[in-house]
Design a binder for this molecule. Sequence first.
Ligand code: ADP
Ligand code: ZN
Ligand code: ZN
Length: 813
Amino acid sequence: MLADVILPTPLSDIFTYIVPMEMEQAIGCGFRVIVPFGTRKYYTGIVVALHDKPSSADLRLKEVYALIDSYPMVNEKQLDLWKWIAFYYLSPIGDVYKAAFPSKLRMESETFVSLSSSMMQESLNLTPTERKIVEYLEAVEREKISKLEKILDIKNIYIHIYSLSRKEVIETNQQIEQKFVPKIESFIRLNSEIDSNSIGSIIGKSKKQLALFEEISTILSKSKTDMINRRDVLKLPDASPSILKGLLQKNVLNEIGVEVGRLKPKSEIKTHRPFPLNEYQQQALEEIESVFDSKDTCLLHGVTSSGKTEIYIHLIDKLIAKNQQILYLLPEIALTTQLMQRLSAVFGDKLGIYHSKLNDNERAEIWQKMLSDKPYDIILGVRSSLFLPFRNLGLIIIDEEHEQSYKQQEPAPRYHARDTGIMLAHMFGAKTLLGSATPSIESYYNAKIGKYGIVALSKRFEEIEMPEIIIENTKELRRKKKMKSLLSPALIESIHHALSNNEQVILFRNRRGFAPIVECKLCAWTPKCRHCDVPLTYHKFRNVLVCHYCNATYAMPSECPSCHEKSIDLLGQGTEQLEEEVSRLFPEAKVARMDTDTTRGKNSYEKIIDDFEKNRVQILVGTQMLSKGLDFGNVSVVGIISADSLLNYPDFRSYERGFQLMTQAAGRSGRKSKQGKVIIQSNDPDQPIYRYIVENDYESFFASQLSERKIFKYPPYYRLISIVIKDKSESKADEASRYLADSLKSSLGDRVSGPNKPVIGKIQTYYIRNILLKTEIGLSPQKIRTLVKHAETILRKNQKFKYITLFYDVDPA
Ligand code: ADP
Ligand code: ZN
Ligand code: ZN
C-alpha cells in the first residue's frame, strides 16, 4: 500500500511513501505520519490518499516511519479546502498545510551533534570556529544545531558542521521533537489505600497536619471529583506548604500532575437571551432566511449602527438549536474584544475565539477541542479560523466583508478569506452571510447580477439619524490664513463643544505604508498615469514619478500644472504628530492613540478600547484601524484629517477604499443617543465622491466606480493575477521576467502586461519584477492556471532560472 502525503515544504508536490504492512489496517486519510524527507530529516505529514498504484518511479520510495494518530486530525472537507486554495491561489500545498495546521501539532526532527567517539582532534587542523564548536561540545556532550548557532553566534554554521563531520570529529543524528506542551497542574488527593481508621495514628501528634487533612477530606466528600488543585489546598485556613509537605511525606495524601488545558472555561458566565429585534431588523432577518431558501450567499447591506450584529446573533441562535456550527469571521483582531463580550453574554461557553495573538499551544488546544466530542458551536475569529476542523458547519458570517485585511499578503498562501469562506461554506452545503455598510464593489456586483441575494437595512437602531457630515475646504481656509493647525476651526469648535458636554471624539488619519504621494497643496492636483488611471508615486532617488502598474515614468513637475503655483508637496505625516497637536489644543482632555505602533502587545487593543469605553480617554486618535466596526456609545464628533490622501493611493481601488473608510469612520459617531457630527477636511471638496459620502449614496458611488472598472479592465469585470519574480541579480530577475512575460503573451496576448518594476523595486537585496494578468471573468480559471503553470515549468527548464523565486498573488487586494 502507498500513501500520498502533504509535507510542510514549499515544493508544490504531494509525496508518495510505502505504508509498512503492520500499519495498513490502522492508517487513514487525514492522519499524521512521520516520514523521512531529504537526506536526514523527518517531518510530520498528513495523509491525503491511500492507493496501490506502483509506478516505475516508485522503486526508490521510502517507508512511512511512524503513524501518529488513530483518528483523522484533518477531515476530508479541510483537505478539499487546502487543495482548492493551492489550486486557485497558485500556492504550494505544503504552504497551505503550514498556514492551516497548528505548528505545535507538527513535530519535526532536529539535528543533534556530538563529538565522535573516535575523535582525534589534536592531530587535526581545525579552524578557530571549528575549535569553538568542539570546545562547546566537550562541555555539553550533545546539542541541537539550531541552538549551537544561537549560543555560539556563528553564521552559516552548517558549513562548519559539515567540515567537522567530514574530518570525523563530530557525529550528527536526528531526533523527533514533540512540540506541543500540555499544561500540567498539581492536584492533591487522598491515598485510597490507607484505611481511614489508621489515619490518626499515621499523622501522629501534629495538630496542624490533622486539621488540614480534615479540611481536605471534608471538601472532597462534598465534591464531585476526588482531587483538589494544589493551589486551592494552599488557600485553606490551616494550610502552608510545609504542612502539606508533611502530609505528602507521610503518604496519606498524594500529589499528581493533571493536564488542565489553556482554554478558559466560560461556564460561570451568566447568559441572557438575544435582545428582541426591532421591526426593521426582524424584517431583514426574515428576508435573509428567505434568500437562503434559494441562494447560498446573501449580502446584508445595512448602514452603520443599524444593528447587523444583533441580526447575526438571532441567526446563530436558531442554527445552534439545529445543532449546526457557525463561523463568525472578523477582518481584524481589534474587533474581537467588543464582539466577544456581546456574543459570550448570549452564548457563554459555546463560543470559541481564534486569532493571531493566541500562542501556539493555545491554538493546538482549540484544534483538539474542535475534534473532540464537545467542540465549540461558534468560532469567532480572524481569517485563519477558516482552517479549523469544523464538523457540521451551517453558516459563515463574514462581517465587514469589504475589508482589505481579509486578504493574506505574506507569506503564501495569499488567500482571500471572504472568497475562501464562500468556498468552504459551499463544501459543507452551508450558507454565507456577508455584512457591510459599505460593500465591496465585487460583492455588490455579485448581488446585482443575482449571484448573491441582497437584503438592505437603512435605518439605524432606535432610528437615531445618520450623522451630519460636513466637508471643510482646507484649501480655501488655508488661503484665508484660517488653518492654524492640522484641525480646521470648525472641527476645533465642535471638539470643544463635545468635551464640554462630556462627550467623546475620534480623530482619524490615514497613514500610508507606501512611498510618498505627490499633491498640490493649493488645488489638490495629483499626477496620474495616462495608461492606468492610478496616482503616480514619487521616487526620491531618481527624482521621477512612476506608475505602480505599468512602470511608465514621468518627470517631477517644478510647479503645479493645474494652478501654476510652486506648491507641489509630498504627503506624509502620521498619527503621532496629530496626537501631539491635539494634546496641545485640548489640554483638559486625555488623548490616546491607536495604530500599529501602539497595539503591538498582547492586550494593548483591549486596554485602549476599554479606556475609551470607560471614558478614561476623551479623544482617540488613530489610523484606519479605528474606522472598523467598533461600537462606542458616547462619541458625538468624528474628524477625518487630510481626507484626500485616502483617495490618492496608487491603486485602482483607491476610491472604493476612500469611500469605505470615510463612511465607516463617520459611522462611529452618534451611535446610541443623538445624531452625531462628522467633519471631513479636504483640499478638493468638489470631487463627486464627497457628495456620495455626505448623502450616504452608495448606489451612485457604485455606479461611478463600475464604469471606471470596465474601461480600465479591473474587477469585477476582469480577474487579476500578479506574478512576482525576485532575484539577487537584477539582470537575472529582468531576464527571467521578460522570458516569462513573452511566453505568457504567446498564449494570453494583451491580457499580459509587464514585466514592470514595482514601486519598491528592491527588498532585502532581492530585485523584484511584476507581471500582471487581466483575464475576462468568463475565462476558465482552470485553463488560465494550466497555462501559467506551464509557462513557469518552461522557464524553470532553463538551468539558469531553475531556482528563481517566483510567486503568484491571485486577486491582489
Ligand atoms: P452594526 O453592526 O450594524 O454597526 P450594532 O449591531 O453594533 O450595529 O448595533 C449598534 C448598537 O445598537 C449596539 O450598541 C447594539 O447593542 C444596539 N442594538 C442594536 N440592535 C439592538 C436590539 N435589537 N436590542 C438592543 N440593542 C440593540
Ligand atoms: Zn501606468
Ligand atoms: Zn495646484
